[in-house]
Design a protein around this ligand. Structure first.
Ligand code: GLN
Length: 535
């Protein structure tokens, strides 16, 4: 079997240029040509994984099927490629050091002095090639987090240098950079790019392709200048002009022939064109909706929209599928009380209560659930949002006035949401959460069963607390049904209220599995219900 080819995507000049989207767009074009492609991200921070990072600092934590807590860029990779990622797709400096130190403690290095070069770089190179060696992929795209020139990035840049040296025919380096426009001079400026390329070259890495973020079209003369000073072919200077949405980028990259230039460098067949007809149809439907709905997203991290990235992207997929624009209204649960909940939610066609951790803002979530339930507004609760719907039902319908989750009130006399014994054991053993894909059996006649159209599904989890089955009968008697159950543990995965137009709470995170090619059926059904509620 031919070995995989490697594309490294580095970033220069500033952060936040969108390496993830460029990587995902390139991958989409290569995939549409029939190549088997995956994308991995190497992050230069010392956290072992992003699970412990505050969403305000780093955006959402994305969870894979195998239960890895990863960078949100992996969400983009999955949404673009419609192909799952795994723990191997996200590596941090913390993880690299952890495994090198574990090897050192085991004596694997046979008394040698353990150093950044070669031990850390060997570990990085090995991990850079794991997916390539699996035989599952023709091309592995590796996005390097951070910006070239950062101290933290040095071992990664050195690893890329070594790999390009070891496998000159199998590697290509794409450098994403910024061409700023100086309005006083009325000109696009190439100097910052020249410097960042120089800094890469000083480390022995010679980019093959420049992808230039710009607000204005690059002229031929700028392209030639960049090519000459940065030592790349003129056709390898790729313009990445500001786009209305991230979903426009694959088409823009196709027009600039990014895929062809990369394939040429890798020595792979570049005959014909990438076929992204389905993708373009998706974008056309997204931009030409026939209907509109207003949906409230009630959560506590609403200031940083990246905290709920997968949820907002899932709405975009559903929007295009239904040709129904979703106006998302971000509502901070901390500011909601009985009165303001009415004010904020009265014009909404649907209410989604978001996932979350800790007690802050929980009361506002309960008011939001109550408003949606009592006023028969389509309601979608995800993870903590589902738990909030259970607590609210217990308090206001079952009249367990002090009902709560033991996460919020460990002393509650009605722990309707609680840590299960089995989970306590996992916590004692150092694990913390139910993470990754779990099975769920759906009850016939439920919304979930109708929506998924199958008896058994798999969805991803990231939580510690569960519906407390001691109370299940009480809930079912008074109208809240468990319609999805985990077959091994009997844990409740989905709750519904049949005598409501659309009330669904899910313990799992459906948003992690929605993609451009496969919008998630629960989001599609929820938006449909919101549209029906509007008319
Ligand atoms: N805090 C809740 C739990 O740990 C819900 C987690 C979530 O919403 N992801 O069970």
């Amino acid at each position: 079997m031919a070995s995989a080819k490697y594309v490294f995507v580095t970033g220069g000049v500033t952060s936040s240029l969108g390496k993830g989207i460029i990587s995902a767009s390139l991958a989409t074009l290569l995939q549409s040509r029939g190549f088997r492609v995956t994308i991995q991200k190497f992050d230069p921070y010392l956290n072992v994984d992003p699970g412990t990072l505050n969403p305000y600092e780093h955006g959402e934590c994305f969870v894979t099927d195998d239960g890895a807590e990863t960078d949100l860029d992996l969400g983009h990779y999955e949404r673009f490629l419609n192909h799952p990622t795994s723990q191997a797709n996200n590596v941090t400096t913390g993880l690299v050091y952890q495994s090198v130190i574990e090897k050192e403690r085991r004596g694997d290095f046979l008394g040698k002095t353990v150093q950044v070069i070669p031990h850390i770089t060997n570990e990085i190179k090995e991990r850079m090639q794991i997916l390539g060696k699996s035989g599952d992929y023709d091309v592995v795209i590796t996005e390097l987090g951070g910006t070239v020139g950062d101290i933290e990035s040095l071992p990664y840049v050195e690893s890329v240098r070594q790999l390009c040296w070891e496998r000159p025919d199998d590697c290509a380096v794409v450098h994403l950079t910024l061409i700023p426009y100086l309005s006083a001079a009325g000109e696009l400026k190439t100097k910052p790019t020249q410097h960042s390329v120089k800094s890469l070259q000083e480390s022995g890495v010679f980019p093959d392709v420049l992808v230039c973020r710009t607000e204005y079209e690059l002229t031929e003369s700028i392209r030639r200048k960049l090519a000459l000073f940065c030592n790349v072919q003129t056709d390898s200077v790729i313009q990445s002009i500001d786009a209305a949405t991230i979903y426009d980028v694959p088409k823009l990259m196709k027009e600039e022939q990014l895929d062809k230039v990369v394939l040429k460098k890798l020595g792979l067949s570049q005959i014909g064109e990438a076929d992204i007809t389905n993708w373009e149809e998706f974008v056309y439907h997204l931009n030409n909706p026939k209907h509109t709905v207003d949906i409230a997203l009630v959560g506590k991290y609403v200031e940083l929209k990246d905290s709920y990235k997968s949820i907002s992207e899932s709405f975009i997929h559903a929007s295009s599928f239904l040709r129904c624009k979703v106006n998302l209204h971000w509502i901070c649960s901390e500011n909601l009380d009985a009165t303001s909940a009415i004010e904020s939610l009265k014009n909404m066609d649907g209410v989604l209560v978001a996932p979350g951790f800790g007690p802050r803002g929980i009361d506002g979530k309960l008011y939001a659930v109550q408003y949606a339930r009592e006023n028969k507004i389509p309601f979608f609760g995800i993870c903590l949002g589902m738990q909030a719907s259970v607590i609210e039902y217990a308090r206001n319908v079952l009249h367990y006035v002090s009902a709560h989750s033991t996460e919020m009130n460990p002393e509650t006399s009605y722990p309707v949401i609680d840590i299960m014994k089995a989970q306590k054991k996992v916590i004692n053993m150092g694990g913390t959460m139910r993470l990754g894909s779990c099975a769920c059996e759906l009850k016939k006649g439920s919304i979930a069963h109708a929506v998924y159209g199958v008896d058994k599904i798999d969805e991803r989890h990231r939580h510690r607390y569960e519906f407390n089955n001691l109370y299940l009968n009480d809930f079912e008697k008074l109208g809240m049904k468990a319609t999805g159950i985990n077959p091994e543990s009997g844990l409740v995965e989905i709750v519904e209220i049949p005598n409501h137009p659309w009330f669904v709470g899910v313990q799992f995170h459906p948003e992690y599995k929605s993609t451009v090619a496969n919008p998630h059926p629960l989001f599609v059904s929820f938006v449909k219900a919101a549209l029906k509620n509007k008319s």
